[in-house]
Design a protein around this ligand. Sequence first.
Ligand SMILES: NC(=O)c1ccc[n+]([C@@H]2O[C@H](COP(=O)([O-])OP(=O)(O)OC[C@H]3O[C@@H](n4cnc5c(N)ncnc54)[C@H](OP(=O)(O)O)[C@@H]3O)[C@@H](O)[C@H]2O)c1
Length: 243
Amino acid sequence: MDVNGKVAIVTGASAGIGLATAKLLSKKGAKLVLAARSKDKLEQLAKELPNSVAVVADMSKVQDVKRMVKQAVKHFGRVDILVNNAGQGYDVRVEKTNPETFRYLFELDVVGPIAAISEVVPLMRKQGGGAIVNVSSGTVLMQLEEMGPYSALKAALAQLSLTAREELKEEKIAVTVVYPYITLTDFEKNTIKDPSMQLQEETIEGQEAWAKADQPEYVAELIVGAVESGKAEVFAHDWMKRR
Ligand SMILES: NC(=O)c1ccc[n+]([C@@H]2O[C@H](COP(=O)([O-])OP(=O)(O)OC[C@H]3O[C@@H](n4cnc5c(N)ncnc54)[C@H](OP(=O)(O)O)[C@@H]3O)[C@@H](O)[C@H]2O)c1
């Protein structure tokens, strides 16, 4: 899909990968619905990007997700692109997982994206097509200690994405899952960390992985490239691909 002139919703547009994606889509001529919880950041961004509107929405709340799509339609009259990017990490051993924290992140990382898909697909169907990109994580391709609950949620999102793709392919709605590698954003700072992990030191492997981290602008290129190509899966690096 050529993004020029298209209406795109980007969730988690206030920071990191979502912010870089919104900027790149705008540069390529898209009209933007900028969604997240940080009102001030979104309003400032909406001033900077032409043809954009800020929508404050907590993606863990289905009512907010529905309102976000309604506001997109009210403002622009259509939705061509949905980037389900908002998310938060959780570093904890499986054994120590707090059920309440896990439930919240399930609402944010899985239910929110499903709710957004449910709202935009009927619109895209009527319009004759669309593009949906779900931002998963490279962690789903590995078994990383202390990342089991987060990876499980992102694996659920990837599986939903691949299945929705099959369900919608006849209707020219392309659904893509993107697997970013470690990316230099505030993600790590915002990750919920189990107290038992606070004193642990970074391993050599961990330090090496961080040294190879990507910039959010690089991941934004992958996400916008996914909208343009309509591919099923986009990996941040070839070595991450499933065998
Ligand atoms: N950075 C990495 O290493 C990495 C690697 C693999 C995958 N990812 C995935 O990439 C996506 C973007 O992450 P990032 O690196 O850009 O992280 P980030 O810098 O922490 O940004 C997260 C974004 O999500 C929004 N968000 C968080 N909770 C929200 C909620 N309840 N409702 C609405 N928006 C919410 C935040 O905005 P507000 O706080 O304003 O709501 C922010 O815009 C996430 O899905 C993450 O899992 C990141």
